[in-house]
Design a protein around this ligand. Structure first.
Ligand SMILES: [Zn+2]
Length: 451
């Protein structure tokens, strides 16, 4: 469709290193990589002076379509993601309506995304009490996994899973070889502390942060790992906020348990003191931690204990981000446009090479969820999903730079080092110089293990 193209003169981030070489693309697939590739009649694309990263794979977003397009949308969300260097997103089974809890709701979301998503996508299914018997049909449709909450999801329609639901769900997931993802926070602790603070009139930021302590996260992680070990399920812990939580996952994996985790740029960028200043725009669950915990998290990330950094992009209308009751405001951070930028900004000072950053934002999630070898890597035979980055360019993120439905993000006003100049999806340019371009081209990507 796109014929033959050659990306010339870039610094290509692949195979754990950086190489000055050209990339040949034939009909959207990388067909050769090497120095001074003969362009001939091919379309030449100049990447000199830029690093060429694999397109980012963000397997944790909430684009909320169908049903809550006033919160975000598959079009606005995927365009913003493309501008930030993204080429494949994984949409969560909530906060859309209907929830993605069975084959029919999967089909409904797939039909819309296939029409309006600007980049490729994978879909998650959900596990709630009562739909365990639907996991097989979700797996048959090609979900990248099934997600459950161990605590209140913030949405009454997506109930948290009790331990028996988790046990039943993991038993089926193990049989199918499907990943089970959990939001790991202890329900009794978070619910009980919330009630305790609210009973005494506590509705400020500090009360909220104190209602979701690190121990609530670590306890739930340990319990989920125990259930995964007992059932043989492939477990994934979403948005780990604490270094202690990430270290537990890394230690379990070292013992041979099939468990992975992700963290998010906001846990690596901000501390509780930033939340005091930023307020509702930076509210999420589990919450952003203190500087000491952030430093611990960085240690585990740099040490290789966290396989991926994803956005958990979870916007809501500004009306749900206001008011003086911090418990009541919507918990979710808009960040899908800033993940790569945040890592390029914060990572090097902590010892992350560009190749490690590429692994965290692309190869790591693609591998874990079966999207490799097509996605996540610059290699012959892979989709030509490429992000050209000026790694030394400094910018300050302005509200007007955002492409979300609602132009709000805790990253507005922050300085970034490194900017995505061009994003290519299967050889097609989908964003350039901060603007999305072209018609929607997104296609569903199913796990390679999917029969
Ligand atoms: Zn989420």
């Amino acid at each position: 469709m796109t014929g033959r193209q050659v990306v010339r003169g870039g610094l290509v981030v692949r195979d754990g290193s950086v190489w000055r070489e050209d990339i040949e693309i034939q009909d959207g697939i990388i067909s050769a990589i090497g120095q001074d590739l003969h362009a001939g009649s091919a379309t030449a694309i100049d990447a000199s002076g830029l690093h060429v990263f694999p397109g980012a794979v963000d397997t944790h977003v909430h684009f909320n379509e169908p049903g809550r397009t006033d919160w975000e949308g598959l079009s606005t969300g995927s365009r913003a993601f493309a501008v930030g260097g993204g080429t494949t997103f994984g949409d969560m089974p909530l906060n859309n309506l209907p929830l993605t809890l069975d084959g029919q709701s999967f089909d409904e979301k797939l039909a819309i995304a296939s029409r309006i998503a600007h980049v490729d996508f994978a879909l998650w299914g959900g596990l709630v009490p009562g739909n365990v018997d639907r996991l097989r049909e979700l797996h048959a449709r090609g979900v990248i996994g099934v997600k459950a909450f161990m605590s209140d999801s913030g949405l009454p329609e997506f109930a948290s899973s009790d331990d028996l639901t988790l046990l039943d769900g993991m038993t089926i997931a193990a049989e199918l070889g499907m990943v089970m993802a959990v939001h790991a926070e202890n329900d009794a602790i978070t619910r009980g502390l919330t009630a305790r603070f609210r009973a005494t009139g506590g509705k400020d930021i500090r009360s909220y942060l104190a209602s979701r302590p690190v121990v609530a996260e670590t306890e739930a992680i340990v319990r989920a790992i125990h259930l995964a070990e007992a059932t043989g399920a492939r477990l994934h812990i979403v948005h780990v906020s604490s270094g202690r939580g990430a270290a537990i996952v890394a230690a379990a994996r070292a013992r041979g348990i099939d468990v992975s985790c992700e963290t998010c740029p906001h846990y690596l960028t901000f501390t509780d003191e930033d939340i005091d200043v930023l307020g509702a725009i930076a509210k999420c669950a589990p919450p952003v931690r203190n500087a000491e915990e952030r430093a611990r998290l960085w240690e585990v990330v740099v040490g290789g204990g966290v396989g991926m950094v994803v956005s958990d992009h979870s916007p809501a209308p500004p009306s749900m981000k206001g008011g003086d009751d911090f418990f009541a405001v919507w918990g979710g951070i808009s960040g899908v446009q800033s993940t790569l930028g945040a890592l390029l900004t914060e990572g090097p000072a902590h010892g992350l090479s560009l190749a490690r950053i590429a692994s965290l934002v692309a190869a790591g999630p693609a591998s874990r969820f079966g999207l490799a070898p097509r996605k996540g890597r610059i290699a012959v035979g892979a989709d030509a999903d490429l992000t050209f980055v000026a790694t030394n360019e400094h910018t300050v993120l302005a509200r007007s730079d955002l492409h979300y439905r609602h132009l709000q993000s805790p990253y507005v006003g922050r300085s970034f080092t490194g900017r995505a100049h061009r994003t290519m999806l299967r050889g097609m340019t989908v964003a350039i110089d901060g603007m999305p371009v072209g018609e929607p081209q997104g296609r569903l990507v199913r796990p390679a293990t999917h029969a």
